[in-house]
Write a protein that binds this ligand. Structure first.
Ligand SMILES: [Zn+2]
Length: 154
């Protein structure tokens, strides 16, 4: 390889045209062949390096930083995945279930009480002094039954 080629080889291989080098390789077959080989090699290297490490698109680093920033804040799902919070959630749910069972057990007698004031029970109950005598006043009886029906769903 001769001096005119060596002087500008690097920039020429990177795509910068050079008159001195070009005129030399036009006249010198050895240098022309060498440069051609190097161009091929250089192109191959460029292809490989592109394949291995693609240039990040504009704004890539900004997006990465933004993502890191957003992931630093605990999201809803990461909160669920957090062991401490997950355990707390399980315990919370369990206590809720226990509370509801206790409530159901505790209110069961109340439900029976309500059921005992249902029209059928009232009709079968012995009539107290406070209660209007059934059958004596049909209108009042109807009202009593209606009131009991209305409060039945409590
Ligand atoms: Zn030459």
């Amino acid at each position: 390889m001769h001096q005119p080629v060596m002087n500008h080889l690097e920039s020429y291989l990177q795509g910068a045209p050079n008159k001195e080098l070009e005129s030399h390789i036009a006249a010198c077959p050895d240098c022309r062949e060498e440069v051609a080989l190097m161009q091929e090699h250089s192109g191959l290297l460029r292809t490989l390096s592109v394949a291995e490490a693609p240039e990040p698109r504009p704004g890539f680093y900004g997006r990465v930083l933004a993502r890191i920033d957003s992931q630093a804040k605990p999201g809803f799902w990461s909160l669920l995945l957090d062991p401490t919070f997950g355990r707390r959630l399980v315990f919370g749910s369990l206590s809720l279930v226990i509370l509801m069972s206790v409530y159901l057990v505790a209110t069961e007698p109340t439900i029976n009480t309500v059921a005992s004031s249902s029209p059928e029970m009232i009709l079968s109950q012995p009539v107290s002094g406070e209660r209007p005598t059934m059958g004596a006043n049909p209108q009042r009886d109807r009202d009593t039954v209606l009131v009991n029906l209305a409060t039945f769903s409590e």
